[in-house]
Design a protein around this ligand. Structure first.
Ligand code: MOS
Length: 727
C-alpha cells in the first residue's frame, strides 16, 4: 500500500460542504412528520391515554398507541436475534418497561403541528416499583448462555500468591450520542418497506425489519449512505424505526421521525453500568500467578445484553490460574448496546488499573511488570498469535511520552504548582473477518466501480475501498467510484467490531484481483497478443501490456470495443481462511498519558496523550490516525467525564443534554499523538490488516487513572475521575 496510503477522505468534501445526504434529509414528496411521546414513569402500566385533543389538532394525520395500533405480523412469532433476547415491541401492550419508553406516535402534516399535537397527549399510569440502580440489585445477576464462567488452573488461584490484591472498579452508564440524531424516513411501496435510516448494518436492518413485519429481507429496502457517527448505537434496529414504519403504513404517506436529543439518552441504548471485582496475585519478583475478574452489568427487563467485559483477562498476560465470571442484572432501562470498545473497554479499566496497583505494591515499574508477564502465545486458546507487536507499542509510547521522567513514588514530580503523573494502559480487541460480497467493475469511461452494501459510520470505509481498489488495478484513486450503504448491492457486513477493513477491504482486494485476471484473460484472446502467454501480460491503469514487448499494448476501452462490451465486472464473496483459525488474531494498543494535577483545585490537565497500536498494515494513514485520535478521545471521556446520572426516585436521567453530559473537546487535551507499528499480519487477511476502531479506546481510561495515581497517590476506582474524587 504505497501510492494510495495517504489519500484524502473521498467523502470529505461532501461531508464538510453539507452536500452529503443523511437519512432524514432525503427529499421525500408528501412526507409527514412524527414524534414519539414518552412515558413519564419507569415501570408500570398505562391506565389511560387521552389522545382526543391531539387527534383534533390541526394537521394531525394519526395518533398511534397500543390501543389502536395495527400490530406487525412478526409480533406474534418474534425471532431470536443474535445474542440478544427480544427487542421491545413498540405499542404491543400497556406495559411500561423504562422511563421515556414511547407510548404514542403523533403524525402531522408539518413539523410544528406535529410538535403541538404531541404536547396534548395525556396519560395516566398504574405505577410499579422500578429499579434503575444496579448497586441495589447487583446480587440478582444471572450468567448468560453466551458468557459462561471460565477457569484455567486453580479457581481463584490469586489468593495463594505471595502478594495479592482484591479491588472493585465501577463504570457508570455512558451514552453514545453521536452528533447526528437517530433518524428515519419510512415509507411503503405496497407491501415493501423502504427505510432511509441511521444504521451500521444495511443487511442487519433488512433482516430485523423483515422479522417484525413478516417479510423476507430481500423485500426490505434500506438506505443508510451517510452517518454522522454511531459508536455502536446503530448496531440495533430500534423501536423508533418500527414506529415510523407502522405510522407510514397507517397513513399511506412517508413519515419522517427524528429523535430529540433528550431521547438519545433514553431510547437508543447505552454502555451498561458495570461493577467489576479484580483479584490479582504475583510472586515477590513480579510473576503473575493468579487473576480473577468478575463483572456484573446492567441489562434491561426485556433483553439479555451481553458483552465481552472479562474476556481480555483470559489472554492478556501469561498467568497459570485465571478465573472469569460475568453476570447481567435486569434494570428498568432501555437495553444497553455495544458502545465503542464495548465490554473490552470496560474490562480494561479493571484489569489495567489492577495491574498498575499490583506493580506499585511490588515496587515495580508498571511496564517492566507487564513485559515480565507478556503472553508469547494466546494462553486462553493455546494458539500462536497471528502477529503481536505489543512490546514495540510499549517502547514507542515510553519514548514519546518521556516515561524516563516518571518516578515510581506518587507525587514526586512537580511542574510549578502542579503534580505530574505518568500512566499507561494496554488495550486489545479481536480482529475479525466477516463474509463480504463485492462487485468490481471496469467501465467504458475508464473508472473502477466498487459496490458493496456496507456503510460507513465515519471511519473512512469508502476511502479504504478506494485505496485498495486503486492500488490493485492501478486506476487512479480519483477514478474509483464507490457505491455503498444501501440494499440491492452485493451484501456487505454490519459495520461493527472493528472488522470492516479486514472484511470489506479483503473482498475489494479479492474482487479487484479477479477483475484484473479477467481483463488479462480477455486480452490474451485478442490478436494484439497472439502467441503471448497470459502470464506475460501486465495490467496497469486501464491498459494491458506485454511484459516482454512494451509495444504490444491494448487499452480496456479498445478491448471493450472488440468484444462489444460496455463493462467488465466480477462479483465475488470473500471470507476468512481455514488457516486463520489456527491462530489468535488480535489488535493491540497502549495508551500513555501525562497528567498535571492541581492539588488545591483537584483539576486534572491532560498535558500529553500518546496512543500506540499494532493494527497490522495501515491502509490509510490519515483515516487510521483519525480513528485512533477519536477512539482515544472516547476513552478520555470515559476516564474523566462521561456518566449518565439517573435520579433513581423517578428512574430518569438528569443530564440528558450536551451541556450536562460532558465529553472531551479540543481544549481538554493539550497534546495528542498516535503511532502505528504498521507491520503486516501474515495470517489475518490478504492485506495483513487487523481491527482499529475499538482498540483505539480500550485501555485509555485506566491509563488516566494510573497517571492520576502517579501524580497524587489517590487511586480512583469509580469512573469518571472528577475533581471531587481526588480532593
Ligand atoms: Mo462497534 S461498538 O461494534 O460499533
Amino acid at each position: 500500500m504505497s501510492k494510495t496510503s495517504n489519500i484524502n477522505r473521498v467523502d470529505g468534501f461532501a461531508k464538510v460542504t453539507g452536500t452529503a445526504t443523511y437519512s432524514a434529509e432525503y427529499k421525500t414528496p408528501n412526507v409527514a412528520y412524527a414524534f414519539l411521546v414518552g412515558s413519564t414513569i419507569a415501570k408500570g402500566r398505562i391506565k389511560s391515554i387521552d389522545t382526543k385533543k391531539a387527534e383534533w389538532a390541526p394537521g394531525v394525520l394519526a395518533v398511534i398507541t397500543h390501543l389502536n395500533v395495527d400490530k406487525p405480523a412478526g409480533y406474534e412469532h418474534p425471532k431470536e436475534r443474535g445474542n440478544l433476547g427480544q427487542p421491545l415491541q413498540i405499542f404491543k401492550d400497556d406495559t411500561i418497561r423504562y422511563y421515556d419508553q414511547p407510548i404514542a406516535l403523533v403524525i402531522a402534516d408539518t413539523f410544528e403541528r406535529m410538535q403541538y399535537a404531541a404536547s396534548l397527549i395525556k396519560a395516566e399510569y398504574l405505577k410499579e416499583e422500578h429499579t434503575t440502580e444496579l448497586q441495589k440489585v447487583k446480587e440478582k445477576g444471572k450468567t448468560p448462555e453466551r458468557a459462561k464462567d471460565y477457569n484455567r488452573g486453580i479457581e481463584d488461584g490469586y489468593k495463594n500468591a505471595e502478594v495479592f490484591l482484591e479491588e472493585e472498579y465501577i463504570i457508570p452508564t455512558e451514552v453514545h450520542n453521536p452528533m447526528e440524531l437517530a433518524n428515519i424516513i419510512a415509507k411503503w411501496e405496497g407491501n415493501k418497506p423502504i427505510l432511509y435510516t441511521k444504521s451500521q448494518g444495511v443487511e442487519g436492518t433488512r433482516k430485523s425489519v423483515g422479522n417484525v413485519f413478516g417479510i423476507a429481507p430481500e423485500n426490505v429496502e434500506v438506505h443508510s449512505e451517510y452517518l454522522g457517527g454511531a459508536f455502536g448505537m446503530g448496531l440495533h434496529t430500534w423501536p423508533y424505526e418500527i414506529a415510523a414504519l407502522i405510522g407510514s403504513k397507517k397513513i399511506g404517506r412517508p413519515v419522517k421521525l427524528v429523535l430529540h436529543r433528550e431521547q438519545m439518552f433514553t431510547n437508543v441504548g447505552s454502555r451498561p453500568y458495570t461493577i467489576q471485582k479484580m483479584g490479582l496475585g504475583a510472586t515477590k519478583e513480579g510473576k503473575l500467578t493468579g487473576l480473577t475478574h468478575e463483572a456484573v452489568a446492567q441489562t434491561s427487563n426485556y433483553e439479555d445484553f451481553t458483552e465481552a467485559t472479562v474476556n481480555m483477562s483470559r489472554f492478556m498476560y501469561d498467568c497459570a490460574n485465571v478465573s472469569t465470571r460475568y453476570k447481567i442484572v435486569e434494570t428498568d432501562t432501555c437495553t444497553p448496546i455495544w458502545m465503542r470498545g464495548p465490554g473490552e473497554a470496560t474490562g480494561s479499566f479493571a484489569l489495567e488499573s489492577a495491574i498498575d496497583e499490583l506493580a506499585h505494591k511490588l515496587n515495580l515499574d508498571p511496564i517492566d511488570f507487564r513485559k515480565q508477564n507478556h503472553a508469547d502465545k494466546d494462553p486462553e486458546l493455546n494458539k500462536p498469535w497471528s502477529s503481536k507487536y505489543l512490546l514495540e507499542c510499549y517502547d514507542a509510547g515510553m519514548e514519546r511520552i518521556g516515561w524516563k521522567n516518571r518516578k515510581n513514588k506518587p507525587g514526586s514530580v512537580k511542574e510549578g504548582d502542579w503534580f505530574v503523573g505518568y500512566g499507561m494502559g494496554t488495550g486489545t480487541f479481536g480482529s475479525f473477518r466477516n463474509a463480504t460480497a463485492v462487485k468490481a467493475k471496469f467501465s467504458a469511461d475508464g473508472s473502477l466501480v466498487l459496490q458493496c452494501s456496507v456503510n460507513d459510520m465515519g471511519p473512512g470505509t469508502a476511502t479504504m475501498m478506494t485505496a485498495i481498489g486503486a492500488e490493485i488495478t492501478g486506476i487512479p484513486s480519483e477514478n474509483v467510484v464507490i457505491e455503498m450503504g444501501r440494499s440491492g448491492l452485493p451484501k456487505g457486513p454490519t459495520q461493527g467490531g472493528s472488522a470492516t477493513t479486514s472484511s470489506v477491504g479483503s473482498a475489494v482486494h479479492d474482487a479487484c484481483n479477479l477483475l484484473v485476471s479477467k481483463a488479462l484473460g480477455l486480452a490474451a484472446e485478442n490478436k494484439t497478443f497472439k502467441g503471448v502467454p497470459i502470464t506475460d501480460l501486465a495490467f496497469a491503469n486501464g491498459t494491458i501490456t506485454s511484459k516482454k514487448d512494451s509495444k504490444k499494448t491494448i487499452t480496456l476501452q479498445a478491448l471493450f470495443g472488440t468484444n462489444q462490451l460496455d463493462e467488465l465486472s466480477v462479483e465475488n464473496e470473500s471470507k476468512g481462511s481455514e488457516e486463520a483459525k489456527k491462530y489468535s488474531i488480535y489488535s493491540f494498543s497502549v495508551h500513555f498519558v501525562k497528567v498535571l494535577v492541581n492539588p488545591n483545585l483537584g483539576k486534572i490537565r491532560l498535558a500529553h496523550v500518546v496512543s500506540c497500536a499494532d493494527i497490522g498494515t495501515v491502509i490509510n494513514q490519515k483515516t487510521s490516525a483519525g480513528q485512533m485520535y477519536g477512539g482515544a478521545v472516547g476513552g478520555i471521556g470515559m476516564g474523566l467525564m462521561e456518566s449518565l446520572e439517573i435520579d433513581h426516585r423517578f428512574g430518569r436521567p438528569i443530564n440528558n443534554n450536551f451541556a450536562d453530559y460532558h465529553v472531551p473537546v479540543n481544549a481538554d487535551i493539550e497534546k495528542q499523538e498516535v503511532f502505528f507499528v504498521n507491520k503486516k499480519d501474515p495470517i489475518s487477511n490478504p492485506m495483513g490488516t487487523k481491527g482499529l476502531g475499538e482498540t483505539a479506546l480500550v485501555g485509555m481510561a485506566p491509563a488516566i487513572a494510573n497517571a492520576v495515581f502517579n501524580a497524587t497517590g489517590k487511586r480512583v476506582r469509580n469512573l469518571p475521575i472528577t475533581l471531587d474524587k481526588i480532593l
